[in-house]
Design a protein around this ligand. Structure first.
Ligand code: NAP
Length: 251
């Protein structure tokens, strides 16, 4: 199917990496569902920007870590687009810098609920719509993991790194499970990318601090992650599934 007819849901699509994915997808002709958690103004501004460029998009509020919200979000996509062709599980959070011996239960539950359970719930709903086993016509899922899954984020947020390790494992397992059902499942592992997530974790100077340790000596742009994601979603990646693609300047 041509990209021009495909429908796409991007969780956490209103800002940062998710917004770059929505912008590029709209330019390539996808109809785009932009999910957000609370910042309605950012989501509506992105929808307006896409529409003024001739694209089609709409915003859906919902917490991916809340099952009722996830069900409502997919129902909204069904009614607006008549089904879902491709999903990007992008919504994710970090937290304040802390060692493991300082972590509290509430933080761990939030981290795993949003980053891990949220992605699995959304993938479940996507497979129910895309898999030929369920009468679907196939599709593709890209999970946004992180280089942290390899690096472990010691002294910063090991819990976040572990949540992304879970995403890598989930990607491999689900890819194998639906490999003969027309659904490809891959992950992109961004390195240090210039978005607001670092400030939201209380480290607005994180880019400056880590930049020098990156072999390319620079942070990445959200648009550079979007290019990799759009390739994985496209038919050009027809034999690529279960892959974990590092987009990290060799870090
Ligand atoms: P960001 O700039 O902080 O944007 C986060 C987006 O996710 C926003 O649209 C936000 O919506 C949404 N969101 C947050 N919690 C949500 C929830 N519970 N349900 C639905 N949406 C939610 O983050 P980013 O840097 O673009 O990161 C995107 C993904 O890339 C994350 O999975 C992150 O772990 C991963 N990543 C980022 C980097 C990096 O250096 N930036 C590196 C590796 C991996 P609101 O605006 O409504 O809050």
């Amino acid at each position: 199917m041509s990209e021009a007819k495909k429908s796409l849901l991007v969780t956490g699509g209103s800002r940062g990496i998710g917004a770059a994915i929505c912008r590029l997808a709209a330019k390539r002709g996808y109809r785009v569902a932009v999910n957000y958690a609370s910042n309605e103004a950012a989501a509506l501004a992105l929808v307006k920007e896409i529409e003024s460029g001739g694209g089609e998009a709409f915003a859906i509020k919902g917490d991916v870590g809340n099952e009722a919200d996830v069900l409502a979000m997919f129902a909204a996509v069904d009614s607006r687009f008549g089904g879902l062709d491709v999903l990007v599980n992008n919504a994710g959070v970090v937290d304040q810098k802390a060692r493991v011996d300082e972590l509290i239960m509430a933080r761990l539950e939030r981290m795993m609920r949003i980053n891990v359970i949220g992605s699995i719930l959304c993938a479940r709903e996507a497979v129910r719509r895309m898999s030929t086993l369920h009468g679907g016509k196939g599709g593709a899922i890209v999970n946004i993991s992180s280089a942290a899954a390899r690096l472990g984020s010691p002294g910063e947020y090991v819990d976040y790194a572990a949540s992304k390790g879970a995403i890598d494992t989930f990607t491999i397992g689900l890819a194998c499970e639906v490999a003969t059902e027309g659904v490809r499942v891959n992950a992109v592992r961004p390195g240090l990318i210039d978005t607001e997530i670092h400030a939201s974790g209380g480290q607005p100077d994180r880019l400056e601090r880590i930049r020098g340790a990156i072999p390319m000596k620079r942070e990445g742009k959200a648009a550079e992650i979007a290019s990799a994601v759009l390739w994985l979603l496209s038919d050009e990646a027809s034999y690529t599934t279960g892959a974990l693609l590092d987009v990290s300047g060799a870090r």
